[in-house]
Write a protein that binds this ligand. Sequence first.
Ligand code: CU
Length: 249
Amino acid sequence: MDDILQKLLPMQPLASVEGKDNDTLMYLIHGLVLILFVGWAIYYIVVLIKFRQKKNVKVVHSHTPHLISSYVEWVVVVIEFLLLFAFSIPFWAVHQAGMPEGKNVLEVRVVAQQFAWNVRYAGPSGKFGRSSARFLDDNPMGLDPHDPDNKDNITTMNQIYLPINKTVLITLTSKDVIHSFGLPAMRVKQDIIPGMTTHVWFTPNKLGQYEIACSQLCGVGHYRMRGIVYVVSQGDFDQWIQQNKGIHD
Ligand SMILES: [Cu+2]
C-alpha cells in the first residue's frame, strides 16, 4: 500500500519514526482534495453544457429544490471534521505535545544566523556551558570561555550528527531574523524567532545524509542556508563526540 501511495504522491523517503503519521495525514488530505477536484470539475463541465447560451431561454425564478448537492456538502464537512479530530489533533497530541524526556533523548542546540546553522552539543559531560551575546565576537555561539562546562562542548557549522533510533530534541534560537528549520526527510519544520526559544523533536530511523534547508526567506543568501544531518550508528556517534570534544571553531 505504501509503495502505491508513494508512486501516486512521491515524497522524500521517510527517515523518522514520527513522520509516518504525518505521511498518512498528507495522503488523506490529498485524497480528499483529489475527490473534490474531480467532483467540481465534473460539475463545472455539466453546468457549462447544460446552461450554455441558447435561443429563447426562460429564467426560472423559483428556489433551487433540496437536492443531492446539500447531502454531498455534508459528507465533505464530516470528512473534514474527521481529518481534524481523528487524525490531525491526535497526531499533534502524540508527537508534539509536551517535551521528550529521559535518558534516550539527545539535546542539540541550533543557533540560526544569516546564512548558516550553528550547532552545539553538550559533549561527553552532558552539560551545556553558559552562553551569552557578549561572547559572540569570540565564537559564533557566544560560549562563555570562563565556564568549565563549556570545555567539552562541541560546536559545528551546517552539520548535525545524530545517532540512529535516539530521539533528538533540537532547541532553536536565532541571532538575527526569522529562519525556519526544515528537515523534509524527517517531516520536520519549525520557525525560529529572534528573542524566542523554540523546540522540535524527532527520532531518526534510517542511516544516511539528509538536507536541512532554511524554509523562511531570510535575506539575499537564504538559498545557501543549507546544512546536512548525518544519521550514524550509536558507535560512530560516540566516536565522533570523543574526537571532537572541546573544539570551537
Ligand atoms: Cu534562514
